[in-house]
Design a protein around this ligand. Sequence first.
Ligand code: ADP
Length: 272
Amino acid sequence: KISLNPLKRINRDIYTYAENKQREIQELKRMETFRREFIADVSHELKTPIFAAQGFVHTLLDGAVEDKKVRTKFLKKAAKSLDGLDLLVHDLLTISQMETGEIKMHFENFDIAALTKEVIDQLEGKAEKRRITVTLEGKNEQHFVKGDYQRIYQVMMNLVSNAIKYTRKEGEVSIYFEERNNEVTTFVKDNGRGIPPKDLKRIFERFYRVEKSRSKEKGGTGLGLAIVKHIMEGHDSSVNVESEVDVGSIFSFKLKKGKPVAHRFAEEEDEE
Ligand code: ADP
């Protein structure tokens, strides 16, 4: 009398093996599609500034431009395209390093309100140009979090500069914090043009822009929010957005509460 049990087990093992292999193949296919699309997107994005710079430089080389003022204007435009290209390549490198896990997070305790003050200082010129008020609520409060300082700085920089870019002139941007249980949530709010519901889910994809030409005009790389998403994932967290067209947007992200520490740079400054 033969017991069927061992056969059943073998059958089940073969089935599981086949299922796993199929899953692996699907994952490889998904990565291949991703890689192909990424290369296509990147080539397309690189072409725009290269094409523009090329046009200006060749026109100048052809010698058709007599007027010195026009010549300078052309050179300035070529330089602007090349600066855009530089930014794009930098962001691409960051994103590819994040996707391959080459960038490791360095966690430490810091005061996110102090970090925000530095970001606001750095963006002051941009905000003034568009006469936008940037307010940090609860100015003297401290909110200690645990995270990668440099990366969270990058997140804040992206969110606040977007808020400034996509808000109407003389608009208002405010940043505030909420502490609950073991978490600190940071909110970046603007009263700008807002984002239509159909685009809301997609703005974190690389190169996705609402109103492509209008957003491109603003000079971004279209990678800012994709980088933000990656950084927050590296913190086992996510970035959220609520938005209403013509009313404004609120971007928010959560971090774990951190231990109180002296200001990051205070130590160096205090050293004799
Ligand atoms: P970009 O470099 O184009 O700013 P991002 O990845 O930072 O790229 O943002 C993607 C798109 O999301 C932007 O092009 C813009 O259309 C939209 N967006 C981002 N932030 C805001 C905001 N605060 N208000 C309205 N639209 C926004």
